[in-house]
Design a protein around this ligand. Structure first.
Ligand code: SAH
Ligand code: SF4
Length: 412
């Protein structure tokens, strides 16, 4: 049974106030940016570096969201910091817990400048031996992949580095990955004991259309003196924004996933329209050149299984031919339906046959078990309440999701 907690009541809300901050935010700034912000706020330049590293420790090792907890910083300075800056968490509007343990949070960020508040979904997927957080990079998406629900929501705006990173901070708060306030200073929750061991940029939006903010957030998430997630455990998924693929490897150094979904330009133009701009040969060349590829560091190719559209053995054969020479694994994703979607998920036998063929040709090809479908947390089902679903639409979606769970159940 799925459980929904309404956390919008201030008495039960576990983190920062809804009206957080029109003040400049320190979360999500690089170290030099933070030093500069402190210097501009009147902290002597000589001290700014040391203060920035103290604040960094509190924010990312201890997980605090209130300056008053920063006990190695003098009271007066703490008060000045609180007056000038914000480090508050976004409001958790809703927390849903699926029958399979998947959690989905709806987070509300305050307006930026003249804008309106935005709402973003983040999903946590616990698995044997690891826990993956699926993070959003934009509210909505400018691209219009024909099988993706997010693609039907117009882009509201790019998320800032703070908003991207805050998704991880909120998840760690809620899952107990930060030490309690009364744990002795310096004590941390050991890496092996943490609930969030991996992150994937596979929520709402196209991360490579928001490169700078995504980069800053991921570099902070992987900073060894802070959140310390290994870059091997961070995967960025793109629909194929070719000019930024090389930069992702060079400047972020994380793992790469490509939303391939079709092996011929004609079909990919339809499913993933960015293909018209960056067709398959360009995309695969960029993949071949991705820095640091080896058998231990492979590119994941995501392939959504659409009945009668891209799921024939001929497609599987062509897939093998296309990927020749690229250290790759192929992730088959059963299609998750949504109201008005023009596709159906391939039959389970077809998916297995497709997977077997790819396996026999030497590629790992896990079938991604749909998770959290009962709370609409599965791939491509995220669509924030910034564009609220009408009740009827939601009910229809829930019944479609149930139906799909029953189909997928054959493989679990
Ligand atoms: N915009 C990025 C990352 C977000 S989408 C991208 O496209 O790669 C994360 C993955 O979910 C992508 O591979 C996407 O193609 C897939 N996806 C989208 N809608 C889906 C659906 N309805 N069913 C299954 N997978 C879907
Ligand atoms: Fe955007 Fe990715 Fe959905 Fe395509 S699949 S519409 S790029 S979120």
């Amino acid at each position: 049974m799925a459980v929904t907690l309404d956390l919008s009541d201030p008495k039960t809300r576990p983190s920062g106030p809804a009206g957080m901050a029109e003040k400049p935010v320190l979360v999500g700034l690089t170290r030099p940016q933070m030093q500069q912000a402190l210097a501009e706020a009147g902290i002597p330049e000589k001290q700014a570096r040391m203060r920035a590293s103290q604040i960094w420790h509190w924010l990312y090792i201890r997980g605090v969201s209130d300056f008053s907890a920063m006990t190695n910083i003098g009271k007066e300075l703490r008060a000045t910091l609180a007056e000038k800056f914000s480090i508050a968490r976004p409001e958790i509007v809703e927390e849903q817990i699926s029958g399979d343990g998947t959690r989905k949070w709806l987070l509300r960020f305050p307006p930026r400048g003249a804008g309106r508040p935005v709402e973003v979904e983040t999903v946590y997927i616990p698995e044997e031996g690891r826990g993956t957080l699926c993070i959003s990079s934009q509210v909505g998406c400018t691209l219009t992949c024909s099988f993706c629900h997010t693609g039907t929501q117009k882009l509201v705006r790019n998320l800032t580095a703070e908003e991207i990173l805050s998704q991880l901070l909120v998840a760690r708060d809620r899952l107990g990955d930060f030490p309690d306030a009364d744990t002795p200073q310096g004590a941390i929750v050991p890496l092996e004991g943490r609930k969030v061991s991996n992150i994937v940029m596979m929520g709402m939006g196209e991360p490579l259309y928001n490169f700078e903010h995504v980069k800053n957030a991921l570099l902070i998430a992987s900073d060894g003196d802070g959140l310390a997630l290994s870059k091997r455990r961070i995967t960025l998924s793109t629909s194929g924004v070719v000019p930024y693929i090389g930069r992702t490897g060079e400047e972020i150094g994380c793992m790469l996933a490509i939303s391939l979904h079709a092996v011929r330009d004609e079909l990919r133009d339809e499913l993933v329209p960015i293909n018209k701009k960056y067709p398959l040969d360009m995309l695969l060349d960029a993949c071949r050149a991705y820095p640091g590829l080896s058998n231990a560091k492979r590119i994941t190719f995501e392939y959504v299984m659409l009945k009668g559209v891209n799921d024939s053995l001929g497609d599987a054969k062509e897939l093998i031919r296309l990927l020749k020479g690229i250290p790759a694994k192929i992730n088959l994703i059963p299609f998750n339906p949504w109201p008005g979607s023009a596709y159906e998920c391939s039959d389970w036998d077809t998916i297995e046959r497709f997977a077997d063929f790819i396996n026999a040709n030497g590629y790992a090809s896990p079938i991604r078990t749909p998770r959290g479908r009962d709370i609409l947390a599965a791939c491509g089902q995220l669509k924030s309440e910034s564009e609220r679903l009408r009740k009827k639409e939601r009910e229809k979606l829930e019944s479609l999701a149930l139906e799909a769970m029953m189909i997928a159940g054959h493989g679990e």
